[in-house]
Ligand binder design. Structure first.
Ligand code: ADP
Length: 241
């Protein structure tokens, strides 16, 4: 594994779709063991940013680096192998398999044996406090459990960095609070650098050490929670949308 001291960083990243710039000159650093929030109105470029940091979208200009390596042109599976995992807004589980098998196939895909992968999957579900999900068919899972399993699957890669795209969408406040404590534990107990994208700004502010605010493809503010809460630019962006 790569040393936990290195960061995942975007530097001066612009992503253009034809003449339209979804991101303009974005610079952002994800450090190990900390939760970073990414908020902004609809269409601000949040998903494009996650895609760019995970190999799903190459930057038009600018760089993405992992430690000292330039990784901006790596495809998603190589980014994963390099230690960067993500979740998706929609499930993407294998509906015909139970939860344990959904997780175990990830381990097998990484070259581990079936039994090692199952043991790791069970250990992870246990660590997350949901061991009872192991035997549940993926197809019938309640929405919030499906979200948890999506996170568990990403954690099967033992990533140095985990990017969460709207993990609390559709959750009640109580469920979102549970999720918040899980996200904190991922950073604090596993040492993973987390980037959390959420519409639920309260959730982001409750768990993030550092928050980035995107509006119309540009970072309009960044800093700790106090800095975000006292920012006129942030207030304007949200009121104007
Ligand atoms: P957010 O996640 O903040 O809602 P997105 O990153 O999804 O924002 O989108 C930012 C902008 O880029 C939007 O205007 C969106 O329509 C546009 N966009 C995103 N992906 C593409 C694409 N593949 N082709 C063209 N435009 C895109």
């Amino acid at each position: 594994r790569k040393d936990k001291g290195s960061s995942l960083a975007a530097s001066g990243v612009t992503v253009a779709f034809g003449g339209f710039k979804a991101l303009t000159d974005v610079t952002m650093t994800i450090t190990p063991g900390a939760v970073h929030g990414l908020i902004g109105p609809n269409g601000a470029g949040k998903t494009t940013m996650v895609n760019t940091l995970t190999g799903f979208q190459a930057p038009t200009t600018g760089t993405v680096t992992l430690g000292d390596s330039n990784v901006g042109t790596l495809p998603p599976h190589e980014m994963r192998r390099a230690g960067v995992a993500r979740t998706f807004q929609a499930g993407r589980l294998f509906p015909g398999l139970d939860v344990l098998d959904n997780l175990a196939v990830t381990g097998v895909g990484l070259g581990h044996s079936r039994s090692t992968s199952e043991a790791e999957a069970l250990r992870l579900l246990d660590w997350m406090g949901v061991p009872h999900l192991a035997e549940q068919p993926a197809a019938g899972l309640p929405y919030t459990d499906e979200r948890r399993v999506g996170i568990a699957r990403a954690l099967m890669f033992a990533p140095d960095f985990l990017l969460l795209d709207e993990p609390a969408a559709g959750m009640s406040e109580a469920e979102a609070a549970d999720l918040a404590s899980l996200i904190k534990r991922v950073a604090e107990e596993l040492g993973t650098g987390v980037l959390l994208i959420e519409h639920n700004v309260g959730l982001v502010l409750s768990v993030s050490h550092h928050v980035y605010v995107l509006d119309a493809g540009q970072i309009i503010e960044e800093g700790d929670v106090d800095a975000i809460l006292s920012s006129q630019a942030v207030r304007d962006a949200y009121l104007g949308s």
